[in-house]
Design a protein around this ligand. Sequence first.
Ligand code: NAD
Ligand code: UD1
Length: 329
Amino acid sequence: MKVLVTGGCGYIGSHTILELLKNDMEVIIVDSLINSKKDVIDKIKKITGKDVTFYEIDLCDKEKLRTIFEKEKFDSVIHFAGLKAVGESVEKPLMYYENNLISTINLLDLMKEYNVKKIVFSSSATVYGNPQSLPIKEDFPLSTTNPYGTTKLMIETILKDLYKSDNSFDITILRYFNPIGADKSGLLGEDPNGIPNNLMPYIVRVAVGKLPILNIFGDDYNTVDGTGVRDYIHVCDLADGHVLALKNKKTGLKIYNLGTGKGTSVLELVNTFEHVNNVKVNRQIAPRRDGDIDACYASNELAKQELGFNPKYTIEDMCRDSYNFVKNN
Ligand code: NAD
Ligand code: UD1
């Protein structure tokens, strides 16, 4: 199978490419490098000993994107490309709507024109808003609280409408929970610009002394210890979910949660991080962060049944591998 991976230089895309190559699939990457670096390509080659083709193109430029469809004959697409910072999306909504929606519409339009009908799309647990009960199932009501989340929900709607109009499309929407961790090599990982918003990148920067202290946003949530609970999933397990989605016998339009099904609180994560890495993480309790919810974790039963998805990494592994990446870089 030959796969076009949009956003393949990013955090989840690069880890997924390792899995695709391990499974003897051929990979074409398209990335504008707006939130990643080109050296990821060399690192992928170093880890796998295999070659990939790379195009530095913004998906919003349809005619440049067309050149890839003209040159490369691929059977399927995994669409990671997009901007993903919640806070930035509130400040710059038009930039988010333009980048995430125009890029996707261009891609889908060219897929239709060139008869490439198989796509796996990166959605997010953010489309469940504040869930009424837990664990979250795929048929729960959908809502969003910020422009980033709205772009994900809008793209899901576009994909559903596209499928209604042309059921020869084979579409998989994957709703990721909270990816953390890194490949064992320590070469690839999550490397956000500036001060991180997400918890794990913040913890590791405090651990290595790049940031002074972790603010724990709230200790009065309705959870096991009062701190927020999330479903952290190792990025390599998430990567595996994409290979399974490409190999899935079931066609049509499918939606799967990719999470472990287990909730972990902020305090549990920080304490495990300290323990497995034998390092101190300074922390203090701070006010709640606007828009945060008490708890969020997946039911992954559907992905288990239909994809054979079986996440194998523990919270300990995730903490060890996240730290290993930042220490090496
Ligand atoms: P990332 O920023 O590391 O990777 C995204 C990649 O897309 C980057 O390399 C960026 O340069 C590229 N890109 C962005 N806009 C582009 C455009 N118009 N044309 C070409 N390339 C473009 O993010 P990630 O964490 O790897 O996330 C991948 C996808 O998964 C995103 O769509 C994101 O919204 C989604 N997602 C991520 C998380 C998470 O916690 N990381 C959770 C749920 C969903
Ligand atoms: C965030 C995004 C969500 C996105 C998800 C995965 C927000 C409001 N939501 O969700 O849209 O899909 O990332 O990329 O940004 N925390 C701290 N201190 C910190 C950072 C986080 O205590 O410095 C806490 C949070 O309050 C939360 C937990 O850690 O309870 C996880 O936070 P984070 O990693 O930002 O992920 P989400 O809030 O789940």
